[in-house]
Design a protein around this ligand. Structure first.
Ligand code: GRG
Length: 295
Protein backbone atom coordinates (compact mmCIF):
# COMPACT_ATOMS: atom_id res chain seq x y z
CA UNK A 1 0.00 0.00 0.00
CA UNK A 2 1.38 3.46 -0.91
CA UNK A 3 1.86 6.18 1.69
CA UNK A 4 -1.16 7.95 0.24
CA UNK A 5 -3.37 4.85 0.49
CA UNK A 6 -2.29 4.30 4.09
CA UNK A 7 -3.16 7.89 5.00
CA UNK A 8 -6.50 7.73 3.17
CA UNK A 9 -7.33 4.50 5.01
CA UNK A 10 -6.39 6.13 8.33
CA UNK A 11 -8.65 9.09 7.57
CA UNK A 12 -11.50 6.77 6.59
CA UNK A 13 -11.15 4.86 9.85
CA UNK A 14 -11.08 8.04 11.92
CA UNK A 15 -14.12 9.46 10.12
CA UNK A 16 -16.03 6.18 10.47
CA UNK A 17 -15.32 5.99 14.21
CA UNK A 18 -16.17 9.66 14.73
CA UNK A 19 -19.41 9.44 12.72
CA UNK A 20 -20.39 6.27 14.55
CA UNK A 21 -20.13 8.19 17.82
CA UNK A 22 -21.78 11.37 16.54
CA UNK A 23 -24.79 9.95 14.69
CA UNK A 24 -27.84 9.02 16.77
CA UNK A 25 -28.23 5.36 17.80
CA UNK A 26 -30.90 3.27 16.09
CA UNK A 27 -33.24 2.82 18.99
CA UNK A 28 -36.62 4.28 19.98
CA UNK A 29 -39.46 5.44 17.72
CA UNK A 30 -37.15 6.74 14.95
CA UNK A 31 -35.03 3.61 14.83
CA UNK A 32 -35.89 2.79 11.19
CA UNK A 33 -34.88 6.26 10.00
CA UNK A 34 -31.71 6.15 12.06
CA UNK A 35 -30.82 2.68 10.77
CA UNK A 36 -31.18 4.09 7.25
CA UNK A 37 -28.93 7.04 8.08
CA UNK A 38 -26.30 4.74 9.55
CA UNK A 39 -26.58 2.28 6.61
CA UNK A 40 -25.55 5.04 4.24
CA UNK A 41 -23.18 7.08 6.33
CA UNK A 42 -21.10 4.38 7.99
CA UNK A 43 -20.37 1.83 5.31
CA UNK A 44 -18.10 2.22 2.33
CA UNK A 45 -16.96 5.42 0.72
CA UNK A 46 -13.40 6.48 0.13
CA UNK A 47 -13.73 9.50 2.45
CA UNK A 48 -11.76 11.55 -0.03
CA UNK A 49 -13.34 14.86 0.91
CA UNK A 50 -12.53 14.38 4.63
CA UNK A 51 -9.01 13.47 3.55
CA UNK A 52 -8.58 16.86 1.88
CA UNK A 53 -9.89 18.79 4.88
CA UNK A 54 -7.65 16.89 7.28
CA UNK A 55 -4.51 17.02 5.17
CA UNK A 56 -4.84 20.68 4.17
CA UNK A 57 -5.45 21.60 7.82
CA UNK A 58 -2.42 19.57 8.92
CA UNK A 59 -0.19 21.63 6.63
CA UNK A 60 -0.99 24.55 8.93
CA UNK A 61 -0.93 22.55 12.20
CA UNK A 62 -4.67 23.12 12.63
CA UNK A 63 -6.56 21.56 15.51
CA UNK A 64 -7.26 17.89 14.67
CA UNK A 65 -10.59 17.84 16.52
CA UNK A 66 -11.90 20.81 14.54
CA UNK A 67 -10.72 19.23 11.28
CA UNK A 68 -12.29 15.86 12.07
CA UNK A 69 -15.71 17.25 13.00
CA UNK A 70 -15.70 19.45 9.91
CA UNK A 71 -14.66 16.46 7.79
CA UNK A 72 -17.59 14.48 9.25
CA UNK A 73 -19.99 17.31 8.41
CA UNK A 74 -18.76 17.32 4.81
CA UNK A 75 -19.16 13.55 4.54
CA UNK A 76 -22.75 13.87 5.81
CA UNK A 77 -23.52 16.35 3.02
CA UNK A 78 -21.79 14.11 0.47
CA UNK A 79 -23.74 11.04 1.66
CA UNK A 80 -27.03 12.95 1.51
CA UNK A 81 -26.24 13.96 -2.08
CA UNK A 82 -25.59 10.35 -3.09
CA UNK A 83 -28.80 9.11 -1.41
CA UNK A 84 -30.90 11.74 -3.18
CA UNK A 85 -29.07 11.30 -6.48
CA UNK A 86 -29.95 7.59 -6.43
CA UNK A 87 -33.70 8.17 -5.85
CA UNK A 88 -36.23 7.18 -8.54
CA UNK A 89 -37.00 10.87 -9.21
CA UNK A 90 -33.35 11.46 -10.05
CA UNK A 91 -31.00 8.74 -11.34
CA UNK A 92 -33.05 5.79 -10.09
CA UNK A 93 -30.08 3.59 -9.24
CA UNK A 94 -30.07 0.21 -7.53
CA UNK A 95 -26.41 -0.03 -6.62
CA UNK A 96 -24.13 2.28 -4.63
CA UNK A 97 -20.81 1.46 -2.99
CA UNK A 98 -21.25 -2.16 -4.05
CA UNK A 99 -24.62 -2.75 -2.42
CA UNK A 100 -28.28 -1.78 -2.59
CA UNK A 101 -29.00 1.95 -2.70
CA UNK A 102 -30.80 3.25 0.36
CA UNK A 103 -34.28 3.43 -1.19
CA UNK A 104 -33.88 -0.18 -2.36
CA UNK A 105 -32.66 -1.41 1.02
CA UNK A 106 -35.37 0.57 2.89
CA UNK A 107 -38.00 2.56 0.99
CA UNK A 108 -38.18 5.79 -0.93
CA UNK A 109 -39.66 8.01 1.78
CA UNK A 110 -37.16 6.77 4.35
CA UNK A 111 -34.28 7.40 1.94
CA UNK A 112 -35.49 10.93 1.21
CA UNK A 113 -35.80 11.70 4.91
CA UNK A 114 -32.47 10.08 5.82
CA UNK A 115 -30.83 12.37 3.24
CA UNK A 116 -32.62 15.40 4.70
CA UNK A 117 -31.52 14.42 8.19
CA UNK A 118 -27.88 14.00 7.14
CA UNK A 119 -27.87 17.39 5.44
CA UNK A 120 -29.22 19.17 8.50
CA UNK A 121 -26.99 17.16 10.83
CA UNK A 122 -23.95 18.54 9.01
CA UNK A 123 -24.87 22.07 10.06
CA UNK A 124 -25.69 20.95 13.60
CA UNK A 125 -22.18 19.48 13.82
CA UNK A 126 -20.48 22.62 12.52
CA UNK A 127 -22.52 24.90 14.77
CA UNK A 128 -21.63 23.12 18.00
CA UNK A 129 -18.87 24.67 20.15
CA UNK A 130 -16.99 21.34 20.10
CA UNK A 131 -16.17 22.02 16.44
CA UNK A 132 -14.27 25.25 17.11
CA UNK A 133 -13.88 27.55 20.08
CA UNK A 134 -14.36 30.65 17.91
CA UNK A 135 -18.07 31.20 17.05
CA UNK A 136 -17.05 33.34 14.07
CA UNK A 137 -15.11 30.45 12.60
CA UNK A 138 -18.11 28.15 13.11
CA UNK A 139 -20.38 30.66 11.34
CA UNK A 140 -17.92 31.01 8.46
CA UNK A 141 -17.76 27.25 8.03
CA UNK A 142 -21.56 26.95 8.08
CA UNK A 143 -22.03 29.70 5.49
CA UNK A 144 -19.31 28.33 3.20
CA UNK A 145 -20.71 24.79 3.36
CA UNK A 146 -24.26 26.05 2.77
CA UNK A 147 -23.07 27.95 -0.32
CA UNK A 148 -21.16 24.94 -1.65
CA UNK A 149 -24.12 22.60 -1.18
CA UNK A 150 -26.98 24.92 -2.11
CA UNK A 151 -28.79 26.44 -5.06
CA UNK A 152 -25.66 28.09 -6.41
CA UNK A 153 -23.47 25.10 -5.70
CA UNK A 154 -24.06 21.33 -5.73
CA UNK A 155 -27.85 21.58 -6.11
CA UNK A 156 -27.42 23.85 -9.14
CA UNK A 157 -25.04 21.27 -10.59
CA UNK A 158 -27.57 18.52 -10.04
CA UNK A 159 -30.28 20.60 -11.77
CA UNK A 160 -27.96 21.00 -14.77
CA UNK A 161 -27.14 17.29 -14.72
CA UNK A 162 -30.84 16.38 -14.74
CA UNK A 163 -31.45 18.74 -17.68
CA UNK A 164 -29.19 16.58 -19.86
CA UNK A 165 -28.50 17.98 -23.32
CA UNK A 166 -30.77 20.99 -22.59
CA UNK A 167 -27.82 22.72 -20.89
CA UNK A 168 -25.93 22.54 -24.19
CA UNK A 169 -23.52 19.89 -25.39
CA UNK A 170 -20.36 21.93 -25.27
CA UNK A 171 -17.34 21.93 -23.03
CA UNK A 172 -18.24 25.20 -21.30
CA UNK A 173 -21.66 23.91 -20.21
CA UNK A 174 -20.29 20.56 -19.06
CA UNK A 175 -17.43 22.19 -17.17
CA UNK A 176 -19.81 24.57 -15.39
CA UNK A 177 -22.16 21.72 -14.44
CA UNK A 178 -19.34 19.67 -12.96
CA UNK A 179 -17.68 22.58 -11.17
CA UNK A 180 -20.98 22.86 -9.32
CA UNK A 181 -22.13 19.24 -9.00
CA UNK A 182 -18.85 17.68 -7.87
CA UNK A 183 -16.41 20.56 -7.63
CA UNK A 184 -18.23 22.77 -5.13
CA UNK A 185 -18.03 20.25 -2.27
CA UNK A 186 -14.45 19.22 -3.08
CA UNK A 187 -13.61 22.93 -3.10
CA UNK A 188 -15.14 23.39 0.32
CA UNK A 189 -13.27 20.35 1.64
CA UNK A 190 -9.97 22.00 0.76
CA UNK A 191 -11.13 25.48 1.76
CA UNK A 192 -12.30 24.29 5.18
CA UNK A 193 -8.83 22.91 5.99
CA UNK A 194 -7.32 26.23 4.93
CA UNK A 195 -9.88 28.21 6.98
CA UNK A 196 -9.37 26.20 10.16
CA UNK A 197 -5.62 26.34 9.60
CA UNK A 198 -5.76 30.15 9.17
CA UNK A 199 -3.91 29.99 5.86
CA UNK A 200 -2.91 33.33 4.32
CA UNK A 201 -4.90 34.70 1.38
CA UNK A 202 -2.08 33.79 -1.02
CA UNK A 203 -1.98 30.23 0.33
CA UNK A 204 -5.78 29.95 0.10
CA UNK A 205 -5.70 31.10 -3.52
CA UNK A 206 -3.22 28.37 -4.47
CA UNK A 207 -5.19 25.74 -2.58
CA UNK A 208 -8.47 26.77 -4.21
CA UNK A 209 -6.86 26.57 -7.65
CA UNK A 210 -5.64 23.09 -6.73
CA UNK A 211 -9.19 22.19 -5.58
CA UNK A 212 -10.67 23.49 -8.83
CA UNK A 213 -8.36 21.32 -10.92
CA UNK A 214 -8.72 18.14 -8.85
CA UNK A 215 -12.51 18.58 -8.82
CA UNK A 216 -12.63 18.60 -12.61
CA UNK A 217 -10.08 15.79 -12.83
CA UNK A 218 -12.16 13.71 -10.40
CA UNK A 219 -15.27 14.17 -12.53
CA UNK A 220 -13.51 13.44 -15.81
CA UNK A 221 -12.22 10.18 -14.35
CA UNK A 222 -15.76 9.45 -13.10
CA UNK A 223 -17.11 10.00 -16.61
CA UNK A 224 -14.47 7.68 -18.06
CA UNK A 225 -15.36 5.05 -15.45
CA UNK A 226 -19.02 5.41 -16.41
CA UNK A 227 -18.10 4.92 -20.06
CA UNK A 228 -15.44 2.25 -19.72
CA UNK A 229 -15.41 0.95 -16.15
CA UNK A 230 -16.85 -2.28 -14.81
CA UNK A 231 -19.47 -2.64 -12.08
CA UNK A 232 -17.19 -4.97 -10.10
CA UNK A 233 -14.68 -2.13 -9.60
CA UNK A 234 -16.97 0.89 -9.40
CA UNK A 235 -19.61 -0.63 -7.11
CA UNK A 236 -22.29 1.19 -9.09
CA UNK A 237 -23.99 0.88 -12.47
CA UNK A 238 -21.91 1.94 -15.47
CA UNK A 239 -22.85 3.23 -18.93
CA UNK A 240 -25.66 5.26 -17.36
CA UNK A 241 -24.96 8.71 -18.75
CA UNK A 242 -25.05 7.71 -22.41
CA UNK A 243 -28.12 5.53 -21.90
CA UNK A 244 -29.95 8.43 -20.24
CA UNK A 245 -28.96 11.02 -22.81
CA UNK A 246 -26.84 12.93 -20.31
CA UNK A 247 -23.90 15.05 -21.31
CA UNK A 248 -20.54 14.56 -19.67
CA UNK A 249 -16.88 15.07 -20.54
CA UNK A 250 -16.66 11.81 -22.47
CA UNK A 251 -19.82 12.40 -24.50
CA UNK A 252 -18.61 15.92 -25.36
CA UNK A 253 -14.86 15.37 -25.84
CA UNK A 254 -14.52 11.63 -26.43
CA UNK A 255 -12.46 9.32 -24.23
CA UNK A 256 -9.02 10.15 -25.64
CA UNK A 257 -9.39 13.91 -25.38
CA UNK A 258 -10.80 13.48 -21.86
CA UNK A 259 -7.69 11.49 -20.89
CA UNK A 260 -5.49 14.20 -22.38
CA UNK A 261 -7.26 16.87 -20.32
CA UNK A 262 -6.96 14.77 -17.18
CA UNK A 263 -3.19 14.72 -17.68
CA UNK A 264 -3.09 18.49 -18.22
CA UNK A 265 -5.28 19.32 -15.23
CA UNK A 266 -3.41 16.93 -12.96
CA UNK A 267 -0.06 18.51 -13.69
CA UNK A 268 -1.57 21.99 -13.33
CA UNK A 269 -3.06 20.98 -9.95
CA UNK A 270 0.40 19.93 -8.77
CA UNK A 271 1.96 23.20 -9.91
CA UNK A 272 -0.46 25.17 -7.74
CA UNK A 273 1.09 23.48 -4.70
CA UNK A 274 4.66 24.46 -5.50
CA UNK A 275 4.68 27.33 -2.96
CA UNK A 276 4.24 24.80 -0.14
CA UNK A 277 7.28 22.66 -0.98
CA UNK A 278 7.52 19.26 0.77
CA UNK A 279 4.64 20.15 3.14
CA UNK A 280 2.23 19.41 0.28
CA UNK A 281 3.69 16.00 -0.62
CA UNK A 282 0.56 14.06 0.34
CA UNK A 283 -1.68 16.43 -1.63
CA UNK A 284 0.50 15.79 -4.67
CA UNK A 285 0.07 12.05 -4.22
CA UNK A 286 -3.70 12.60 -3.99
CA UNK A 287 -3.67 13.92 -7.56
CA UNK A 288 -2.18 10.66 -8.84
CA UNK A 289 -4.72 8.66 -6.85
CA UNK A 290 -7.59 10.60 -8.42
CA UNK A 291 -6.20 10.06 -11.90
CA UNK A 292 -5.59 6.33 -11.41
CA UNK A 293 -8.69 5.42 -9.39
CA UNK A 294 -10.92 2.58 -10.57
CA UNK A 295 -13.83 3.18 -8.18
C1 GRG B 1 -28.91 15.32 -5.03
C2 GRG B 1 -28.40 17.72 -4.45
C3 GRG B 1 -27.99 16.45 -5.03
C4 GRG B 1 -26.78 16.38 -5.56
C5 GRG B 1 -26.19 15.17 -6.11
C6 GRG B 1 -22.84 14.42 -5.96
C7 GRG B 1 -24.05 14.33 -6.79
C8 GRG B 1 -24.93 15.52 -6.79
C9 GRG B 1 -24.40 13.25 -7.44
C10 GRG B 1 -23.62 12.01 -7.43
C11 GRG B 1 -23.59 11.44 -8.79
C12 GRG B 1 -22.23 11.18 -9.18
C13 GRG B 1 -21.88 9.74 -9.34
C14 GRG B 1 -21.40 12.16 -9.39
C15 GRG B 1 -20.03 11.91 -9.85
C16 GRG B 1 -18.98 12.28 -8.89
C17 GRG B 1 -19.23 11.75 -7.53
C18 GRG B 1 -19.73 12.72 -6.56
C19 GRG B 1 -18.94 10.49 -7.26
C20 GRG B 1 -19.08 9.90 -5.92
O1 GRG B 1 -18.07 10.36 -5.09
P1 GRG B 1 -16.97 9.39 -4.48
O2 GRG B 1 -16.34 8.59 -5.58
O3 GRG B 1 -17.91 8.44 -3.62
O4 GRG B 1 -16.05 10.17 -3.62
P2 GRG B 1 -17.60 7.57 -2.33
O5 GRG B 1 -18.56 6.41 -2.46
O6 GRG B 1 -16.17 7.14 -2.36
O7 GRG B 1 -17.91 8.44 -1.16
Amino acid sequence: MSRFETRLKETAERVNTALDGLLPRDQGPESRLISAIRYSALDGGKRLRPFFTMEVGRMFDADEGALLRTACAIECVHTYSLIHDDLPCMDDDDLRRGRATLHRAFDEATALLAGDALLTFAFELLGEPATHSDPQMRCKLIVALAKAAGAQGMVAGQVADMAGADIGSDLIAVTRMNRLKTGALINFSVEAGAMIGCASEAEKTCLLRYAHDIGLTFQMVDDLLDAEGVVRDTGKAVGKDKARGKVNFVTVLGADATRERIGMLASQAKQHLSIFGPRAAILLEAVDFIVDRRH
